[in-house]
Design a protein around this ligand. Structure first.
Ligand SMILES: C[C@H](O)CC(=O)SCCNC(=O)CCNC(=O)[C@H](O)C(C)(C)COP(=O)(O)OP(=O)(O)OC[C@H]1O[C@@H](n2cnc3c(N)ncnc32)[C@H](O)[C@@H]1OP(=O)(O)O
Length: 770
């Protein structure tokens, strides 16, 4: 070993000893730290520090500590195969070791899965098959190991990390709030490739395994226990001790573990081929409805599970490696992996480089409506910052409190949250109808009507009642922040903080400094939004900011197609098939046709005629057709009578299926008999969005293409598997986008003209990501 390796070893072993401190002082005193296993074939110069340390104890239970040096979380890498082999060989040779506890040397993290960088670096399908087979082999070795191995899980245990834990003979996890177990591979366009598709159904049953793998959902400790995924849940302080005791008892009882109890329905569905067939078919149907065939991973997950159960484990493992390889090499997964790295990088950014955010200790919200209530909720429950809601009357405050109560109470009912914890979180939200307490607030988010004078008055009030550095953040979606700050005494404290509805669900916020906003205000607001669990993008103070600006031409195009005779549901289906969560017509109904009508003219005045909404849409407003909130829009919202339900059944219309309000066609004077294909419809709408996104990058509305892609995916639901509008332009090629837009411009008019930035890119053969 080289000198360097020695010094690393001792550092490493100290960390291992720190982990031991969790057990008891006596154990630490008697534990013998072994030499770190190294790559057996390496020369002294090449030898690497093993991620695995074996720590022996007097009771015969050794701790196998995984700690990948220099990384924040443990991830699994190919070189670990030899390292684990070496440690296991050492254990086998040592007859004093009668059991193993597998644990992590990292705080709040067991193992975060296979190293995604390693997957991204794979050059060929064969390489990935070999990687997967190697992982399967190593985990099979653990499973067949002659002495019991118990995984002690404290913190995140995901993907390959959970596959590793499942290969152990038992699992105990801590009740730490950071403990989460799941197979999130599907969110990366992948499937569990180290035996997860084969082991999870055995542990939790077929239906729960399908649900976990197809959604990628993560289980908290108690849920994991209920599912049968872990054998015990205990406080972190006694985790290693309990895991040791379990290893001892397994060793004494000959590795027997209490099996998960099956309910009657599960027995009927899962214990016979006919029942299971129903489960597979249901899963396939629901996957197809959700993914529209755009994501290949879910169908392959079902295929692997089915093969493992219905054919043989051997075939299941083989197919898992092959499907895993196909997915790793797929474009969809490449885009989703990029998305993971982009959002991870964004977690570290602070709005302005080198300007450290200051602490926000208390926050305020003006307006207790839907947005205000949502903002108060995420401030109290995610950011854990006390929040004062001010409204003009008690009803408004009551509304905001009700918003939080309803969301938290749902969690209590599902037993995800203790009632006492709900009370604690609700106590963080207080209300008032005046500015009492505002002196102590570090940020006030305004969520009142879109009225410039009202907002300017609010700035003045907050300046009067707050302190010198209280930030005034406006949740406006359409009014320029510079105008809101125009009469401010301290314009440097004024900024835009644009949330999307529903606030508790939508991950994006736009942060909009105007030209006098201070860097400190930007950094503080970015940090505040991140604490609320949001992904912030900093955008320029220009009409529509980024998200609404790229959305508007897309929505207008859908409206133009409707007026040209394309049926409402055909347009929506085309865009859903393309990969959007809802179609543009349904989206207009959800957001409110009046809201869309308000933003349109502002965009048109500042940015030009291409934003002009079709004049015929005024008829919708005149008809009071404001969308879902008034139960009158493009679709029907009335409760159906029994007779109507029966009639629909006879017509083959499923319940819950949205029905177009056909009277709208007469109102707009249209015969719904369009001639375009679904692909043509989606192309027309999305290309308008691509063109505008390219303009936004060019004008610096977003700071870079990455923010433009993240904004579109998290703010609008642009199909994640396409990587965002700018990555999609790269995929199609700027040349091709320009050619198509130019052709439409000739056929249908100026609004389709490709922007200069795209034309230049096409001429120079450039792309956004190089
Ligand atoms: C064969 C297998 O079946 C295939 C797989 O296992 S695929 C991987 C499945 N696992 C996942 O999808 C989990 C991905 N990771 C996460 O969700 C989150 O990182 C986490 C919940 C583990 C931790 O979140 P958080 O504490 O906020 O830390 P976060 O900033 O995200 O990550 C810390 C660092 O670890 C890295 N990281 C986390 N998980 C990683 C992974 N699986 N691969 C590579 N790097 C990873 C991040 O990129 C980041 O690196 P950086 O500091 O150099 O930028």
């Amino acid at each position: 070993m080289t000198e360097k390796t020695h010094s690393n070893d001792s550092e490493h072993n100290n960390e291992a000893l720190n982990v031991e401190a969790k057990v008891s002082a006596d154990d630490v005193a008697t534990s013998v730290v072994t030499e770190v296993a190294t790559n057996g074939n390496a020369t002294p110069e090449e030898s690497v520090v093993s991620a695995f340390t074996l720590v022996r104890h007097d009771n015969g239970i050794a701790h196998l500590v995984i700690d990948v040096i220099g990384e924040k979380v443990n991830t699994l890498k190919p070189e670990f195969a030899e390292q684990i082999n070496a440690v296991l060989a050492e254990v086998k040779a040592d007859k004093t070791i009668t059991g193993i506890v597998l644990c992590s040397g990292k705080q709040d993290s067991f193992v975060a899965g296979a190293d995604i960088n390693m997957l991204a670096a794979c050059q060929s399908r064969e390489e990935v098959v070999a990687l997967s087979r190697q992982g399967q082999r190593i985990f099979a070795l653990l499973e067949q190991f002659p002495i019991p191995i118990v995984a002690a899980i404290d913190g995140t245990c995901l993907g390959g990390g959970l596959e590793l834990a499942m290969a152990c003979h038992a699992r105990v996890c801590s009740d730490n709030s950071k403990t989460a177990l799941g197979l999130p591979e599907v969110q990366l366009g992948l499937l569990p490739g180290s035996g997860g598709t084969q082991r999870l159904p055995k542990l939790v049953g077929l239906q729960k395994a399908l649900d976990m793998m197809l959604t990628g959902k993560q289980l908290r400790a108690k849920q994991a226990l209920k599912y049968g995924l872990v054998d015990d849940v205990v406080p972190s302080t006694v985790l290693l001790h309990v895991a040791e005791q379990l290893a001892i008892s397994l060793q004494q009882q000959g590795k027997k573990i209490v099996k998960r109890k099956q309910g009657l329905v599960d027995k009927l569905l899962e214990n016979n081929a006919v029942g299971r067939n129903i489960v597979y078919q249901q899963a396939q149907k629901s996957v197809l409805a959700k993914t529209q065939g755009n994501y290949p991973a879910p169908a392959k997950i079902i295929d692997c599970i089915r093969t493992g159960i219905e054919v043989s484990s051997e075939s299941g493992y083989k197919l898992e490696a092959e499907h895993f390889a196909d997915l790793v090499m797929s474009d969809e997964s490449a885009q989703l992996r990029q998305l993971f790295f982009a959002t991870t990088a964004m977690k570290k950014e602070q709005g302005v480089a080198d300007v450290m955010p200051e602490k926000i200790a208390k926050a305020g919200v003006l307006g207790g409506g839907l947005m205000g209530g949502g903002i108060a909720f995420v401030t109290a429950t995610k950011a854990h910052i006390p929040v004062r809601v001010k409204d003009i009357n008690h009803k408004g405050i009551g509304q905001a409190l009700k918003y939080s109560y309803q969301l938290l109470n749902k969690k209590v009912k599902r037993r995800f949250l203790l009632n006492s914890e709900m009370q604690k979180q609700l106590a963080m939200i207080t209300g008032s109808i005046d500015y009492t307490g505002f002196k102590a607030l570090d940020i006030v988010v305004e969520a009142v009507f879109e009225d410039l004078t009202l907002k300017q008055n609010m700035v003045a009030e907050v300046e009067k009642h707050g302190h010198d550095k209280t930030i005034f953040a406006s949740n406006t979606s359409s009014i320029p922040i510079g105008q809101i700050a125009a009469k401010a005494k301290r314009p440097e404290n004024v900024i835009g903080l644009h949330y999307f509805s529903p606030v508790d669900k939508m991950p994006l916020v736009e942060i909009i400094p105007h030209d006098k906003t201070s860097d400190q205000t930007i950094s503080n607001t970015v940090a505040f939004a991140k604490k609320q669990g949001k992904t912030p993008i900093v955008v320029k103070d220009k009409a529509g900011f980024y998200v609404n600006r790229i959305l508007a031409p897309y929505m207008n195009e859908a409206a133009i197609l409707l007026l040209a005779g394309e049926p409402i549901d055909k347009i929506d289906k085309a865009l859903v098939k393309f990969g959007f969560p809802v179609g543009p017509m349904q989206l207009l109904d959800e957001v409110g046709i009046d809201v869309g009508a308000k933003i349109g003219p502002i965009l048109q005045a500042e940015l030009g005629e291409r934003f002009a909404a079709p004049a015929a849409f005024d008829k919708l407003l005149a008809d009071g057709r404001l969308g879902k909130k008034v139960k009158k829009g493009f679709y029907l919202y009335q409760k159906k009578s029994l007779a109507k339900t029966l009639l629909n059944t006879l017509k083959g219309i499923k319940s819950g299926h949205k029905q177009v309000d056909e009277t709208i066609y007469d109102l707009l004077n249209i015969k719904p008999a369009g001639s375009l294909t679904a692909a043509e419809i989606s192309k027309r709408c999305t290309y308008m969005m691509l063109n505008e996104a390219a303009r936004c990058v060019d004008e610096g509305i977003v700071r870079n293409a990455r923010d433009g892609d993240i904004g579109a995916i998290f703010g609008i639901g642009f199909p994640p598997f396409l990587g965002g509008p700018l990555r999609y332009i790269d995929k199609i090629g700027a040349k091709s986008v320009v050619a198509q837009l130019s052709q439409w411009a000739e056929q249908h008019g100026e609004r389709y003209s490709p922007c200069q930035a795209l034309v230049t890119m096409a001429e120079n053969d450039q792309s956004y990501y190089g």
